[in-house]
Design a binder for this molecule. Structure first.
Ligand SMILES: C[S@@+](CC[C@H](N)C(=O)[O-])C[C@H]1O[C@@H](n2cnc3c(N)ncnc32)[C@H](O)[C@@H]1O
Length: 414
């Protein structure tokens, strides 16, 4: 085994051909059966470990190797951190930005994932509850998950018992679970509305398992509250925000704090900030509390309403806007000292083009996808901007995902 590929699979070369070996580590000697996928990619279906490589460690979770949630538990921490930094460096290299310094990632810690999506499938006499197996729709019955907060991990057994009464055999649903410093919020994503008996069971469960709120949603319909026992609030710096069911929050509290620290370090002294993809105000509210006048733009009506109401007397102007269809124009951006943006995985190419054409001097780009970040960074660089530094933040422990903050300023001529 020579390397670890971008999605976390081990990479071997056999007879001059690349073979992907999931859950193998560099330096491992393995015996494996290799099959060709429909696209011609060669993959091992499993392997026998003949000799471990120097970076291999014992995976801490019993589900490692079957559960699709983690791809990299078997790598020692220093190698794993370097590999995550390498994902960012590779993305930048592809867009001719190889000379940009990339920091070591801010590490994710065990027991810190406060947000997770579980899948449940009804079975005769019970239910399977957990995460999908790797590259499969089969659900792994998760009995432990060391990356989750203890509160989230502890909700799995009672949730399994509840769902055994709610789901008929073969019925499938997802549960978005959020642990806000011990306050638990559950959103059930079902294919049909819950019946009278299911509603009663959910309400009783909220009390017995001390869940603050349970909501239910079918398809794209807005979540309907089924039980509400306590407010669900996030705190961004000194400001509290009511969290609507299903709203976006950073997956770990420590990762959110690291991102906020990096954003404030670059934009915290600005007088005027335009913030794009503002969500519930993770960065908006601390920036405004630090004295900035912030124009916060966001596409979710629920998020922007919550942000507006939390902002109170802070100098925050909110705007509901679809930034993919209607990016904020260069001339509107030019009134700001700093632009902060934090788009979804698809990135923000059209918005990057407007930033490039504006006369703003500084841009802080938070990203959960190094590939689209590097593409957008190229667009800014082509418009005369300099990417000064990239700071990765690991919030998805043992997965191939990595977040980052990139800081841009105008090159000499801008
Ligand atoms: C990665 S989240 C960041 C939110 C916030 N900055 C935070 O840290 O919690 C991306 C945000 O972009 C919003 N969003 C997604 N697509 C959008 C679009 N086309 N226009 C405007 N906002 C969008 C989502 O609702 C979400 O709040």
């Amino acid at each position: 085994m020579t390397d670890v590929a971008g999605l976390g699979d081990g990479v071997a070369t056999v007879d001059g051909q690349t073979v992907f070996v999931p859950f193998a580590a560099p330096g491992d000697r393995v015996r494996a059966e290799v099959v060709a996928g429909r696209d011609g990619t060669l993959r091992a279906t499993g392997f026998e470990l003949l000799e471990p490589g120097p970076h291999r460690v014992v995976a801490p979770c019993r589900h490692f190797g079957t559960c699709g949630g983690c791809a990299l538990q078997h790598l020692e921490p220093a190698f794993y951190a370097g590999w995550k930094r390498g994902i960012v460096e590779t993305a930048l290299r592809r867009h001719d930005l190889a000379d940009v310094p990339v920091d070591d990632p801010v590490p994710a810690v065990l027991g810190s994932r406060r947000r997770a999506r579980f899948t449940a499938v009804g079975r005769t006499g019970g239910v399977v509850l957990g995460f999908n197996a790797a590259a499969s729709h089969t659900v792994v019955d998760v009995l432990e998950c060391p990356i989750l907060t203890p509160r989230l991990e502890a909700i799995l057994p009672p949730l399994r018992t509840l769902l055994a009464d709610v789901l008929v055999p073969g019925e499938r649903l997802s549960i978005e679970a959020l642990d806000l410093a011990g306050t638990l919020d559950l959103l059930f994503l079902g294919r049909t509305e819950p019946g009278v008996a299911a509603r009663a069971a959910l309400a009783a469960f909220a009390t017995s398992a001390d869940v603050a709120r349970i909501s239910w949603s079918v398809g794209d319909s807005p979540p309907e509250p089924v039980a509400l026992r306590a407010p669900v609030r996030a705190r961004f710096g000194s400001v509290a925000v009511e969290v609507p069911p299903g709203a976006f929050l950073q997956p770990t509290e420590a990762g959110e704090a690291a991102l906020r620290h990096l954003v404030l370090a670059e934009a915290g002294t600005a007088a005027r900030v335009v913030e794009l993809f503002a969500g519930l105000g993770t960065f908006t509210l601390p920036l405004a509390a630090a004295g900035a006048r912030v124009r916060a733009v966001e596409g979710s009506p629920e998020a922007i309403a919550a942000l507006r109401s939390a902002a109170g007397r802070l100098r925050v102007e909110t705007e509901l806007r679809d930034l993919a269809r209607s990016p904020v124009r260069a001339e509107e951006l030019s009134t700001a000292d700093v632009v902060v943006l934090d788009p979804p995985r698809a990135g923000a190419l059209a918005q990057a083009a407007e930033i490039a054409a504006s006369s703003v001097r500084c841009c802080v780009y938070v990203s959960c996808n190094p590939a689209t970040f590097a593409r957008d960074a190229r667009r800014l660089a082509d418009g005369g901007w300099r990417l000064l530094r990239v700071m990765p933040v690991d919030q998805f422990l043992w997965s191939p995902h990595v977040e980052l903050v990139g800081v841009f300023d105008r090159g000499g001529g801008g």
